[in-house]
Design a protein around this ligand. Sequence first.
Ligand SMILES: *Cc1c(COP(=O)(O)O)cnc(C)c1O
Length: 393
Amino acid sequence: MSRMNPAYMDHNATTPVRPEVAEVINRFLGPAFGNPNSIHRFGREARSAVEEAREHAANLISALSPEEMIFTSGGTESDNWALRGAISAAGGGGHIVTSAIEHSAILDTCEVLEKSGVEITYINPNRKGLVSAVEVAAAIRPDTRIVSIMWANNEVGTVQPIEEIGALCRDKGVLFHTDAVQGVGKLSIDVNLACVDLLSASGHKINASKGVGFLYIRNGINIDPIITGGGQERDLRSGTENVPSIAGFGEACRIAKKEQPSESEKIASLRDKMENEICERIPDVVINGDSDNRVPGTSNLGFLGAEGETLLIRLDLEGFAVSTGSACSSGSTEPSHVLLSMGLPKDAIQGSLRFSLGWGSTEDDVSRLLEILPKAVERVRSIAPRARAASGS
Ligand SMILES: *Cc1c(COP(=O)(O)O)cnc(C)c1O
């Protein structure tokens, strides 16, 4: 184990909670513990924190009204709700257009809906992980209930042509949802410019806590609730509000709005430096994704002839936290569905690692990585699957 502080390079899986955010969370775990639905002063204090958070969340994605923001338990719930809620509101059945590179929160939900008679069209991306707006529009049918295309991909970081897709959906009168969990806080997002009707975001990807997120629902758009009960969140999402997490998420949204352009520029240049140096110092490395069109912190690299998972474990021992593809599917050794659908060669998929930088990443982290990575890759390559394949096992 390295004696150095470990360097966290897995911000697409989750991010550290910023101290300003933790401070807000603690206040609502402590003295300000009221139920926002209570009429007395404890309730009013909690209520005003939730409503303030709603304003910050709306502001971050340039929503016209805070009423369009509904707090949920995170990105997964928001994604589930958008699809299930839209299908349910349309009376069930029908057709969904999505992409093959979505997060499992979308893909697995589509799979379940398919069993209930919904037809799904999955658009494949190109080799850089880009989904074509024209292909999306061409897949829309008279019975299409909703189009769902992610703003940015969590594994390779490719940013999709959301404004173009939004305009085409609006033109055809079809509901448009985007899983913007990896875009919010990293890119400038304007739901009106992009003609987005529904948008999912998650707290723990933008330096707030886990278990909180929101679904943006454009004014006038009707989807059915999937969680029913006490009628909170304008009767759209029941359950006593998670006040500490919501208040913290609001603070994270406020900070993100203020710092996003400069922070993104900083993170992107650190990522570019890291990537350029890696490609310079190590032979046979390919960049997976679209290097001209990515979210700031993400670098997905294919170390040809190495096994990504072995390299990940090696780096962990050296004090660097990275990921193979998506954290949500790790533990399984299934090859990444994103890289597969991009049509990458097996070698690039097998040897792929995702480095994702974010708030708190430093030049020092990157320099230390650059010192140890060439040797680590060399070692892992020397015990690569090729050797195993040769021995016939
Ligand atoms: C992390 C992630 C999710 C899930 O969000 P949770 O808040 O962890 O449920 C959904 N979509 C994308 C693209 C993600 O990166």
